[in-house]
Design a protein around this ligand. Sequence first.
Ligand code: PLP
Length: 411
Amino acid sequence: MHISLRAKNIQESVTLKLNAKAMKLAEEGNRIFNLTAGQLPFRPSVDFVEHIKNEINFLNSFQYSPVPGFPALRKKIIKHIEDTRQIDFQKSGVNVDCIISNGGKHALSVCFETLVEPEDEVILISPYWVSYTEMIKLCGGKPVVVESSIFNNFEPALEDMKAAITNKTRAIVINSPTNPTGTHYRPEWMESFGQLMKEFPNIHIISDEIYYQLYYFDPKPTYFYQYVPELLQRTIIIDGISKTLASTGLRIGYTIAPKDFVAAMGKIQGQTASGANSLIQRALLNFDFNKMEEFLGPVKDHLRANGRILRDQFREANLSSLWYQSVSAFYFMIDFSHSPLMDNYRKGPTDTTDYAVEICDDLLNNWGVALVPSTDFGTPNAARLSLVLEQAPFSEAVSLIIKFLQGTKKS
Ligand code: PLP
């Protein structure tokens, strides 16, 4: 079969490969701690499930929805964004609309297709979510990466952001709270970023807010447009129910952006995927969005508790230098490059090779713990772990990771 150059140029996810290996090892009877999950292991809110059950009785739940989604739900989502982000689109002089897609990933992909011309540059902050680069490349665009690290609490220096801007920059992607670091940018950073964007009136900002409600330490996430509302005229907000309603399999994500942009997204979505799942849209129409916070209460307690386990066990093992306070989403990045373990991999002091895949492979083979190597996130020699596992196995997994980091040989 012929495979297009476009398909050939897309990178296969290292994450999926490692996950497949972890599953195979588990099937073979090995005890595996899988810390790669990008989803909550909980059932969604009972209330929401009840609404799905009720809507299953209606013919319309099984038929096509309008391409951008049911109008009443789109309105409800816009209002929800205004209430939770404390903004008023109309007062900010922007006429927005909402389009509902088959998940946040689909929303982002249609957004890039609508925005990016071949040769356009799109700025990403590393470590970044794995799919941005490939989506941008599929549109013929070029990802330009600005680095952040544990040393600046994963907030890139604004001078670096400014230096990355050229006359080809079409957009900047801001993902806060961030996958894979489990942090969100401080209000001060967001405000300064907003001020910086005023200097570049042609640049669009894609604000991926899929983890917005999943913060478990104050202050809650804020956004640049709350400080500089005029930026809403060129901001595209992405959100969805995958993470906040523990519903990754239901495939509902949405985009709120200026009306003409949403209409153009609708043209692409209409010819490639049509409208999103009607049954779930109808259930969402009747679901009280305020109940999300109630549902997330115990989820946040759980994430906070696992965050503490991580802190305490790292501290006890004298590895505090590898620890930082995760505050949102459900991830934490371990930076191997400053651990004693690195001596087993580096060929010398000047070796800057990325050994993340090899390191994660060894951790899985020798200690039965699966992490996501940072290679896909655009950062070398680190790995993402997920905080969602139950506390007892999570604690056990962390102690195994620590042994591995200390270079302990398995007896
Ligand atoms: N954005 C980020 C940063 C993510 O981590 C994810 C999923 O992991 C998505 C978007 C897409 O979410 P979904 O397609 O499940 O709604």
